[in-house]
Design a protein around this ligand. Sequence first.
Ligand code: FAD
Length: 494
Amino acid sequence: GAVVHWFKRDLRLTDNRALSMASEKAKKEGVPLICMFIVSPQDYQAHFTSPARVDFELRSLKIMQEDLSAKDIPLYITTIEQKKDVPSHMLEKFQEWGARHVYCNIEYEVDELRRETKLVRQCLWKTISFEAVHDDVVVPPGILMSGAGKQYSVYSPWLKAWIRHIHEHPHVLEASEPPAQNPPNARIRFASIFDMPIPSAPPNKSLTQEERDRFAHLWPAGEHEGLARLKRFLDEKVGKYKDARNFPASNSTAMMSVHFSAGTLAARTAVRSARDANTVQRLDAGISGITGWISELAWRDFYKHVLANWPYVCMYKPFKYEYTDIRWEYNEEQFKRWCEGRTGFPIVDAAMRQLNNMAYMHNRCRMITASFLAKDLLLDWRMGEKYFMEHLVDGDFASNNGGWGFSASTGVDPQPYFRIFNPLLQSEKFDEKGEYIRKWVPELAGVEGKAIHDPYGRGVGKQAEKAGYPKPMVEHKASRERALERYKEGLGRG
Ligand code: FAD
C-alpha cells in the first residue's frame, strides 16, 4: 500500500494541511507516502499562466523534491498534455503504487473543481479514498455569513467577521506538522520515482536565458525563500507598512505575493507569524503596520470566498450583472500602447514597464493602470485582466479578477463607477518626487521637478519628444466624460 499527496498550488512541506494529513495517515497504516505533481500545459494555456510563473513553479518544485528526498519521500512528476487525461493518469498511478488514500488541498476555480469531481468518481469506483481539504485560505469559504445569512459582498463587514472568526477559533491559525520520514524500504520499493527530472516549461511558456536569469534573481523560489522573506519583512519593514505601502518607490511592501500564489508560503503561516510579532495576540489591535498588513492579506481570502460562492466570476462575467451591457472599445492599437507602456501618461507607463520587466507591479499602480484601461481608454477590462495574468509572476485568478473588477467598477465591492482616478493626481500624490517614473521610464530620467508627471503639459514637451517619449494618447478630462456616459448608458441610466 501507499498514501499519496497530490501537490498543486501548495509547493511546500511546512504548514501544509493535506500533506500533513497524508503523512499521518501513511504513518498510521505503516505504509510509505508518495507525492505527485502534474505539469499540465493545457491548463497553463487555459489560465493564461505567465512564463515567469511557470518558471517559478518549476524552480520551486526542484527545491521541494530535494527536501522530500531527504525524508525518503519520492516526488512523481510528469507532464500530461491534455487536461482531460489528468484524472485517468493519476488513477493508473494510484493503482500501480497500491495507494488506497489520496490527499490534496482544494483549489476553488471552476475548472479545478470539475477535474476533482471526475477524480473523486474514478477513485470511488476503485475504493480509493480521496480527501480534499481547505488550506489555501485562512478561513474556509462558506463559514462567514452576514446577518441575513448570506455571503458578504462588501469587504469591511466581511473583514470584521473574518477577524472575529479567527479570534474565536484560533486553531485555524495553527501550523500543520511537516511530513514524517518515510520507512527505509520506500527508497527501494519506489526507486523509479526518486529524483525524477524536473520537466522543462512547455515551448509557449518558456523564457529566454536572459529572462531566466533575471527572474531567478528577482524571485528566488521555494519555501525556504518564502519563509525567509516573511521573517525579513516582519523584522525590518512591517512597522512602516501602513504609512508607506501606497508609495511605489518606497519598497515597503512584502513582495511575497508570488509565494502565496504558488503556495511556497501559506497565508496562514504569514498571518500567524504577524500576529505573534504583534504586541498583543490580536489581528485588529497593537502595531498598526501589522494589523494593516493582515488586513491586506485578508483581501486575498475575501476574493477567494467570492470566487467560491459566485463561480460565475470564472466565466468572463462581471460580478455585477447590471454592468454586462457596457459598450467597450476594442481598439487594438490603443491596447498595444497600454501593454507596452507608451500611453504618454508617465505613471501608467512606468507601471506597465515594471510589469513587463519584473513580472510584478506595485498594488497602487495595478489600480492606476487598470482604471486607465477601463475608464480612460474604455477598453474591455477583461483584456487587461488577461494581460496581467499572462505577465504576472504572482498571477492569481481570484485576486486579479477581484482587482480588475474593483478598478473597472464591475466587481465585488468596487470603486463606484463615477469615481475615476485622475492619473496625474495619482502620480503627484503617490510618486511625488517622480522616483518611480524615473526608474522605469528612462526617456524622462532627465526631467526635473513636477514636470515629470506631465511633461507635455508642463513645458518640457520638447525635451520629452527628443528623448522619444510619446504624447498623451487621450485627454483625461474628455475621456472621463466619455466613461461616465458609457457607464450610465450601460446601466440604463443615460
Ligand atoms: P503586500 O502589500 O505586502 O501584501 C501582502 C499580501 O497580501 C500580498 O502578497 C497578497 O497576497 C495580499 N494582498 C495584498 N493586497 C491585495 C489585494 N488588493 N487583493 C488580494 N490580495 C492582496 N495579487 C495577487 O496575488 N495576484 C494577482 O494576480 C493580483 N492581481 C491584481 C490586479 C489588480 C488590478 C489589482 C488592483 C490588484 C491585484 N493583486 C493581485 C493584489 C495586489 O496588488 C498584490 O497582491 C500585491 O501588490 C502584492 O505585493 P506584496 O506581496 O508586496 O503585497
